[in-house]
Design a protein around this ligand. Structure first.
Ligand code: SF4
Length: 372
């Protein structure tokens, strides 16, 4: 499948500057770490070596998998297709409830990883008939240099690119990365600063700012996910405030996924989210006017896409499996013609000749030194 080589190469990072005290200032995310010689930032994978910042996650994925795109979750972007998904070690948030903590809370030398150059990642996607690639599992912002290089090759080959992200990125870096991205699922983990500061060790406002920037200053298709954790962020009042903000700032056609929590990492004392909590949240959101609201991590009718025009099921799902799509490639409902927001036209996969050229590039980069 994915061609791996063993040699690991250091890749110099972007988005940093040297401070008067000799430390390095990383301005990729709102943490703005000041990093001393030999140390890494909060995310573990951006390291000061000899006065230069390096990205230890570059071409070093710790997880590579073929997923249904519904698992990201994205329900309005190429529904029913497969997506090659990869992630590295580290994260810039400190979520107590992280469900991928085995890699997100690890340093790059604490996880087993393959060396995978951007060209090889895209070739693997093509060989597995995936029309898109996802940067996911941990926070892809922190390996943004690798994201950009993979996305460039993916777009050359006609494939699409997806970020699954916590939205914790600075304005300075946002356009550099998202100019290469077609769709994103952004976590809106709660709607209180108290939750963000205590449960994620970050802040709410920068995430809200990023959501507005993505909606208003980019062409990236966005969907939102809120993991509902009993007694922490699932009150009807908080759900109403969250939905009201979405309606006012992003519009009524941004899909919102309410997903169920399971006890994990540092939040093992909390119960699983009852299905009734998801049903209640979904009804609140739809009653307030959001058009596309989903329930995830449970088996539920709330996984289906309902046409806002005729109220018929136009994408039938069971968990992540899609059994019926009644949306035309131009996004119109096959029953009533209502225009469904999203992207429904599968890209044309590259020709045999283009794949042969890409394979030659993979062989060439495997034999070459990148940036040391
Ligand atoms: S990306 Fe990592 S090193 Fe840079 S500011 Fe964020 S947490 Fe710190």
């Amino acid at each position: 499948m994915v061609t791996a080589i063993t040699a690991s190469k250091l890749y110099e990072a972007r988005w940093w500057e040297t401070l008067p005290n000799g430390k390095l200032h990383c301005y990729l995310c709102p943490r703005h770490c000041h990093i001393g010689e030999g140390l890494t930032g909060f995310c573990f994978i951006r390291k000061n070596i000899g006065g230069k910042l390096y990205n230890l996650g570059y071409a070093q994925p710790a997880a590579i998998q073929i997923d249904p795109i519904e698992k990201k979750p994205l329900n309005h972007f190429l529904p029913g297709t497969k997506i090659l998904s990869l992630g590295t070690a580290g994260c810039n948030m400190g979520c107590f409830f992280c469900q991928n903590w085995d890699i997100s809370k690890s340093k790059s030398d604490q996880v087993s990883s393959n060396h995978l150059e951007p060209e090889a990642a895209v070739l693997a996607a093509i060989e597995y008939d995936c029309p898109s690639l996802a940067f996911t599992y941990n926070e892809p912002t922190i390996w943004g240099e690798y994201v950009i290089d993979i996305a460039r090759v993916a777009h050359e080959m006609g494939l699409r690119t997806v970020m699954v992200t916590n939205g914790y990125i600075t304005r300075e870096a946002l356009h550099d990365i998202y100019d290469h991205i077609d769709a994103a699922n952004v976590d809106l983990k709660a709607f209180t600063e108290d939750f963000y500061s205590k449960m994620t060790l970050t802040h709410l406002q920068p995430v809200l700012d990023v959501l507005k920037m993505l909606r208003k200053e980019s062409s990236v298709w966005i969907e939102l996910t809120t993991l509902l954790i009993p007694a922490l962020n699932d009150s009807p009042d908080e759900i109403k405030k969250l939905c009201g903000w979405i309606l006012q700032n992003l519009g009524d056609d941004v899909p919102l996924h309410f997903t169920a929590f399971h006890p994990d990492f540092k939040l093992r004392d909390k119960p699983h989210t009852p299905p009734e909590t998801l049903h209640r949240a979904r009804h609140i959101a739809m009653d307030m006017g959001l058009k596309y609201v989903y329930e995830g991590n449970i088996v539920s009718e709330g996984a289906n896409t309902i046409c806002p025009g005729c109220r018929r099921v136009i994408v039938k799902r069971s968990w992540h499996a899609v059994s019926d799509v009644r949306i035309n490639t131009d996004g119109t409902c096959q029953f009533c013609g209502y225009k469904i927001s999203g992207y429904f036209k599968k890209p044309v996969m590259p020709s045999r000749g283009a794949i042969r050229v890409l394979r030659e590039r993979v062989e060439a980069v495997q034999g070459a030194d990148r940036v040391i």
